[in-house]
Design a binder for this molecule. Structure first.
Ligand code: FAD
Length: 258
């Protein structure tokens, strides 16, 4: 199997760097092919802007999604975007690895998503009608591929528990797992979260490797999160609200998991 790891940390000699090395080694030892997009090492351009389109009329106003669509359809995307899209086509699984920064991914990785997920590739895919609202949320070009987040946090596990002050970790990661991974069609596995990173020592690092290694060994077999698919009857279209009879009494993120 082919695995793409998109990795965002500015320092290779960090905890995240060590975890990234371990991940690559474990996957290769299991016989998988691995590519790493090390975004800081690549000096990845984070902002989505007019430079993302080749041969653009500089006098015309830039439109983030329509220019993206035109560039994608006509082979006019900037080369760095095309290379990452090819890696995604190649991959059977995607791992996003990052330290939690301000309750989300580092900006450089958000910029990877914004630019690589072009109109026609990450969104704007498929028919839009009264019964089918585009190929998204369980359908899309990433259908059949798996994805998993590997994330480290300074906060403790209890801080991210159901009544913890930071909010539950599943809620915090929802915009990534549901909005950036399930949206274009990935089957999303439970995240691997390493809490309280300032308390790390050799023993804990090895325990972390054991736990992460098991998750990597299960990349193809572990059950994905049961996010509800958009076009399979659970949602009224075009309102895109969950049907009243489903998840009765539940609102918010949890309602979108079957
Ligand atoms: P490092 O700082 O590299 O290492 C952490 C510890 O592991 C250190 O004690 C180090 O000595 C040890 N270590 C490193 N490498 C090894 C190794 N090879 N072997 C053994 N020990 C090792 N946290 C939150 O919970 N929520 C937030 O919203 C949040 N926002 C943040 C925003 C910013 C801008 C920043 C800078 C931090 C934020 N944090 C937040 C904390 C952040 O998530 C952690 O600092 C990060 O996850 C730690 O990962 P690291 O790879 O940078 O660790």
């Amino acid at each position: 199997m082919n695995v793409l790891i998109v990795y965002a940390h500015p320092e290779r000699r960090s905890l995240n760097g060590a975890i990234n090395d371990f991940t690559v080694e474990r996957l290769r030892a299991n016989g998988h092919h691995v590519q790493v997009s090390d975004l800081y090492a690549m000096n990845w351009k984070a902002p989505l802007d007019a430079h993302d389109v080749r041969d653009r009329n500089a006098d015309a106003p830039f439109h983030a999604s329509l220019d993206s669509k035109r560039a994608f359809e006509n082979g006019l995307q900037s080369r760095d975007i095309e290379i990452e899209q090819d890696k995604l086509r190649w991959a059977d699984a995607l791992i996003l690895q990052f330290p939690l920064w301000w309750f989300s991914m580092p900006a450089i990785m958000k910029g990877w998503v914004e630019r690589v997920y072009a109109y026609g590739f990450g969104y704007g895919v498929g028919e839009h009608s009264e019964t089918h609202w585009g190929d998204r949320y369980g359908e899309g070009l990433m259908t059949g591929k798996r994805a998993m987040i590997v994330v480290t946090t300074g906060g403790w596990e209890s801080h991210y528990s159901p009544r913890g002050i930071n909010g539950p970790i599943d809620d915090i990661l929802f915009h990534i797992q549901h909005g950036m991974l399930f949206y274009p069609g990935f089957d999303v596995l439970q995240p691997f979260v390493l809490y309280e990173t300032h308390r790390m020592d050799e023993a804990r690092l090895h325990a972390t490797y054991d736990a992460l290694g098991q998750r990597l060994d299960g990349l193809w077999d572990d059950a994905p999160i049961a996010f509800r698919k958009q076009n399979h009857g659970d949602y009224a279209i075009p309102q895109l609200t969950l049907r009243d009879e489903l998840a009765a009494g539940k609102t918010g993120f949890a309602a979108h998991i079957d």
